[in-house]
Design a protein around this ligand. Structure first.
Ligand code: 4FV
Length: 249
């Protein structure tokens, strides 16, 4: 019996999140009970009749800051047992998300709870006393934490058994082992005078495997050489890389 992976999202825009989870692979994963995503409206945990979740910043400055009470009340009400939850705040100050972190979170037994900010920031006491983890999806500033939460739920869910139609596809792709992906082709064989590399039409799976490996190494060397610094080349890959460097030098 595959354990259903449980996620929680706290946001002031629940419909925005539902929209993305209501389509395609994640929709099917929810229907097939492979994942569950509990969506909670932060305003339901405000403490006033105006359902206020933000206020002016102490010390002045631009924008509004999200109040601590609604976040603490929502987490303590919905996920009271600390051992069963891992509360993740999305913010540009977090550790930068990667396929490695996606794998780490896909192995996590605790429920993954995402706190989605809006406005300028979230009161620092949430970071200091409520969260277990802080993740950024990249060095740029968004209008909210909902997209980062969905990016992470998407990347983690597709690593779970049976979520992708063909589990091989999660193993054999960009970053799944540290190199950029190889080029992919499908019908038509000829398109506007542009063909398909013969090796892919040869049926020679060993030659196809080697061509794809060479393409991955070449693309990584040209586009993301820093990835090669942390990637342990196999003997075959070292050989292929020598050939590539000779060809491209
Ligand atoms: C972000 C990021 C991000 C900052 C203020 C939401 C915004 C606004 N989150 N990775 N990059 N968050 O830009 O995670 O509330």
């Amino acid at each position: 019996m595959i354990m259903r992976k449980k996620f929680g999202i706290v946001t002031i825009f629940p419909d925005m999140v539902r929209a993305y989870l209501g389509c395609s692979i994640l929709k099917r994963a929810i229907e097939n009970n492979l994942i569950a995503v509990a969506i909670h409206n932060l305003r339901d945990y405000s403490t006033d009749k105006h359902r206020t979740v933000d206020d002016y910043p102490y010390g002045g400055g631009p924008g509004m800051v999200m109040k601590p009470e609604p976040f603490f009340r929502s987490v303590e009400d919905q996920w009271p047992i600390r051992e069963n939850r891992r509360v993740i705040m999305l913010s540009p100050r977090g550790r930068v998300f990667s396929q490695e972190i996606a794998r780490e979170l896909s192995r996590e037994k605790r429920e993954l709870i995402f706190l989605c900010g809006r406005y300028e920031a979230i009161d620092e006491r949430v970071r200091e006393h409520l969260i277990d983890d802080e993740i950024s999806i990249g060095d740029y500033v968004l209008t909210g934490g909902e997209l980062p939460a969905l990016v992470i739920i998407d990347a983690v869910s597709r690593l779970l058994p049976d979520v992708l139609g063909d589990s091989r596809s999660a193993e054999d792709e960009s970053f799944s082992y540290g190199l950029l992906d190889y080029p992919h082709y499908t019908r038509p064989e000829m398109f506007r005078g542009m063909g398909v590399p013969n090796v892919l039409l040869s049926g020679n799976h060993e030659e196809i495997r080697k061509w794809r490996k060479r393409q991955s190494l070449k693309a990584t060397l040209q586009k993301r050489p820093e990835l090669l610094a942390i990637y342990a080349l196999s003997d075959e890959e070292k050989l292929l890389m020598e050939q590539i460097k000779e060809e491209t030098s």
